[in-house]
Ligand binder design. Structure first.
Ligand code: NAI
Length: 332
C-alpha cells in the first residue's frame, strides 16, 4: 500500500461533510490503494455530532481509512496535511444580507488561511467549497503566503456536473458521453455555463452539443438559467441544500487535481486569473483547465463570441465587487 495521505475536511459535522467523509474514506479520490488519515474539523458545539460521524465511519469498516482525527482546533486539523476540503462555513440566517454573510465567511477563511500557512505541508492542495467559494478561496490564499497560490482552488464542479446532466438528459445519452462543458466565473447565479465548446456522442458519432441539440434559444436561455438556479430548485424540493451532489463534485474536483485530467478532457474550477480571456487578474475565476502532475493550466485559445463575452464580463464584475468587500471585511 502507498503512504497515507493526510486529508482535512472542515465542516465535517455538516450536511456535505456527512457524504464527503464517506466518499473520501471509500477511496473515491485518492484511489482504493491509498490509505487516508482523516482530520475532521468543526466548531466546538458540533463535537458530539462529529463524534457520531466518526462512529459511523468506523462502523463502515473502510479499508482506506487509517485513522480519524476529530477536532475543533485548526492546528490539529491542518497539521502536516496533504489535501484540504474547506467546506465549513456559516449558513445564511434569516434577515442576513448577502454582504453580512460574505463578511462572516471570509473571516473564517482568513483564520483558516493563517492556520494552513503555519501547519499544513507547503504542497497542500486546498479546495474551497464553503460559499462564497471563489472569494473565500482568494482570501484563504492571501493569508497563507507561504503556500503557492496555485494550490488553492474553488469549487464550480457541481455546476459543471449539473450542466452535463441537463444536456445528457435532453439528448437521452449517458452523462459520460457529454464532454467539456465549461463553467466560467463565479459559483453564483452570474456563472456562465457554456456548451459552445462541448461535444456529445450520439449514435456512436461525436458531434458538438450545439449541433446535437439544434436549439440556440434553449442553450442560451433555459439551459443557462436551469443550471444557475439549480441550487435553489434543490432547496425548494428537498428543504435542504445540495449535499450529496456537492460532496460528489468535491471528490471529482480533488480527484482531477490528484490524478490529472485525461487526454482531450477539461474540467472547470475557480483558480487565480492571470488575465486570460480578458478576465480581471487576481480574482478566483472559474476557467476550463487541464491538470498534469497536480498542476493546472487554463485551456487557451477558445473563441469567445459577443454573447459569451457579455456573460464573462458580468460574472467578472461580481467577483471584483466580492473581492473588494472581502478585503474590506478582513481589515475590520
Ligand atoms: P451545513 O450548515 O450543514 O454544515 C456546515 C458545517 O460547517 C457545520 O457543521 C458548521 O458547524 C461548520 N462550521 C461553521 N463554521 C466553521 C468553522 N469556522 N470551522 C469549521 N467548521 C465550521 O452546510 P453544508 O450544507 O454542509 O454546506 C457547507 C457550505 O458549502 C456552505 O457554505 C454552502 O453554501 C456551500 N456549498 C457550496 C457549493 C459549491 O458548489 N461550491 C455547493 C453546495 C454548498
Amino acid at each position: 500500500m502507498a503512504e497515507p495521505v493526510r486529508v482535512c475536511i472542515t465542516g465535517a459535522a455538516g450536511q456535505i461533510g456527512y457524504s464527503l467523509v464517506y466518499m473520501v474514506g471509500s477511496g473515491a479520490v485518492f484511489g482504493p490503494d491509498t490509505p487516508v488519515i482523516l482530520h475532521l474539523l468543526d466548531i466546538a458545539p458540533m463535537m458530539s455530532v462529529l463524534n457520531g460521524v466518526c462512529m459511523e465511519i468506523s462502523d463502515c469498516a473502510l479499508p482506506c481509512v487509517r485513522d480519524l482525527i476529530p477536532t475543533d482546533n485548526p492546528e490539529v486539523a491542518f497539521k502536516d496535511i496533504d489535501a484540504a476540503f474547506l467546506v465549513g462555513a456559516m449558513p445564511r440566517k434569516e434577515g442576513m444580507e448577502r454582504k453580512d454573510l460574505l463578511a462572516a465567511n471570509v473571516k473564517i477563511f482568513k483564520v483558516q488561511g493563517e492556520a494552513l500557512d503555519k501547519f499544513a505541508k507547503k504542497s497542500v492542495k486546498v479546495l474551497v467549497v464553503g460559499n462564497p467559494a471563489n472569494t473565500n478561496a482568494l482570501i484563504c490564499a492571501k493569508y497563507a503566503p507561504s503556500i503557492p497560490r496555485e494550490n488553492f482552488s474553488a469549487m464550480t464542479r457541481l455546476d459543471q456536473n449539473r450542466a452535463q446532466a441537463q444536456i445528457a438528459q435532453r439528448l437521452g445519452i449517458p452523462v459520460t458521453d457529454v464532454k467539456n462543458i465549461i463553467i466560467w466565473g463565479n459559483h453564483s447565479s452570474t456563472q456562465f455555463p457554456d456548451v459552445r465548446h462541448a461535444s456529445a456522442t450520439v449514435n456512436g458519432q461525436k458531434v458538438s452539443v450545439y449541433d446535437a441539440i439544434k436549439d440556440d434559444s434553449y442553450l442560451k436561455g433555459d439551459f443557462i438559467t436551469t443550471v444557475q438556479k439549480r441550487g435553489g430548485a434543490v432547496i425548494a424540493a428537498r428543504r435542504l441544500s445540495s449535499a450529496m451532489s456537492a460532496a460528489k463534485a468535491a471528490c471529482d474536483h480533488m480527484k482531477s487535481i490528484w490524478q490529472g485530467t485525461s487526454e482531450g478532457q477539461y474540467v472547470s474550477m475557480g483558480v487565480f486569473s492571470d488575465g486570460s480571456y480578458n478576465t480581471p487578474e487576481g480574482v478566483m475565476f472559474s476557467f476550463p483547465v487541464t491538470i498534469k502532475d497536480k498542476k493546472w493550466s487554463i485551456v487557451m485559445g477558445l473563441p469567445i463570441d459577443d454573447f459569451a463575452q457579455g456573460k464573462l464580463d458580468a460574472t467578472a464584475k461580481e467577483l471584483c465587487e466580492e473581492r473588494d468587500d472581502a478585503i474590506a471585511a478582513c481589515q475590520n
